[in-house]
Design a protein around this ligand. Structure first.
Ligand SMILES: *Cc1c(COP(=O)(O)O)cnc(C)c1O
Length: 357
């Protein structure tokens, strides 16, 4: 990184399309803000990054990422708070995870400060795209892919790191119906489940499609070897409440993505004195608790939705409905608190929020 400046040059768009956005009918992830960040890796180091007008990226047909999948991403959000500032939520955790994903995929790491400055300066450039409408945010998608023009399997020598922004509304309109998956696998011990690697998501589409044909929104993944332990759900970690205790699968094995949202949920619960158990969670105990009415709550935790309540669990031939949403006091309280910290209505005593501009 010799001679690389962390003050990235900006080429402003001459044609903002912000005024054309239909905020009342905003599809998730299809509208993009005016600018993007681009930085190349070559000759063993990151080159000078820059902010450019959003637009297509040139691609050679032999570009190694599309053949062999050296491709990783992150997902984070910028919010506009009550003081009219644009803020990020624990972005340093995304920076760290991006480097961990890169290391697993044999890709070059990005220094945390460089990642954070790139995100912040891009979001500042697109700050007009961060609305203060409740539930809305600017979804930030940093990603990196291999760019060697070579049809041979080896770690690429060149990479591109790009960040794009997409304005989004609330992610889930309704509580989700999930199916416990006992055949297909998201991640095996020793695999890449802990990395936000593109191929993990491609591999999940077919089993997810089968579940959707059966009337579910998404899957709950179980361990690859025995399919008796619960892991996570789509792009969210999974959390249960039984006997007023928060129970969630341990992330010790390398099969579960280490989410910022779940980490935050657990820290908050512990701070409030709510008992938390991070341990292997069996399918059998969750089904048993759901049937006997002891399962008070089950929800997905992830940046897209923050808290996505589960309405129904499908297990083999059974469909078990979960308690009404208004009874789920713990997750409601957590969601309200996190929304409040992001909006500035609640004091950020844990120092989770970073100001962009
Ligand atoms: C991104 C992701 C999560 C959630 O992570 P957050 O940092 O909370 O957004 C959980 N599981 C998977 C598989 C993911 O890709």
């Amino acid at each position: 990184m010799s001679g690389v400046s962390l003050q990235f040059p900006v080429t402003h768009t001459t044609q903002s399309h912000l005024s054309a956005v239909d905020w009342e009918n905003l599809p998730f992830g299809k509208i993009f803000a005016d600018h993007m960040f681009v930085m190349e890796y070559a000759n063993g180091e990151w080159q000078q990054g820059e902010i450019l007008p959003f637009g297509p990226i040139d691609m050679h047909p032999a570009m190694s990422a599309i053949h062999y999948g050296q491709s990783i991403f992150e997902g984070m959000k910028a919010y506009r708070n009550e003081a009219n500032e644009v803020v990020l939520f624990r972005p340093e955790l995304n920076a760290r995870r991006f480097s961990e994903s890169a290391a697993r995929m044999c890709m070059p790491e990005i220094p945390e400060e460089l990642f954070l400055e790139a995100v912040k300066q891009l979001v500042a450039t697109d700050a007009a795209w961060v609305t203060n409408k409740p539930g809305y945010a600017l979804y930030i998608r940093p990603f990196m892919f291999a760019t060697d023009e070579f049809v041979g399997i080896k770690p690429s020598d060149t990479y591109k790191f790009v960040i794009i922004n997409s304005p989004v509304g609330a992610y889930y309109a309704e509580p989700v119906r999930v199916k416990i998956e006992e055949h297909y696998t998201r991640a095996a011990v020793g695999g890449v489940g802990r990395a936000k690697a593109a191929g993990n998501y491609g591999a999940s589409l077919y089993p997810a499609k089968l579940a959707q044909q059966q009337g579910f929104h998404q899957l709950v993944w179980t361990d690859a070897k025995t399919h008796t332990f619960i892991e996570e759900s789509r792009t969210m970690n999974i959390v249960f409440v039984i006997d007023n205790k928060i129970i969630t699968p341990t992330e010790e094995a390398d099969t579960i993505l280490r989410g910022t949202t779940k980490k935050t949920v657990l820290e908050l619960a512990r701070h409030w004195g709510i008992p938390v158990e991070e341990r292997p969670v069996t399918v059998a105990e969750i089904i048993e608790a759901a049937k006997s009415g002891k399962l008070q709550d089950a929800f997905g935790a992830g940046t897209a939705a923050t808290i996505a309540p589960i309405a129904l669990i499908g297990y083999r031939d059974e469909k078990i409905a979960l308690p009404a949403l208004e009874t789920r006091t713990i997750s409601l309280r957590i969601k309200e608190h996190l929304d409040g910290v992001k909006s500035g209505a609640i004091e950020d005593t844990m120092h989770w929020v970073q100001k962009v501009c």
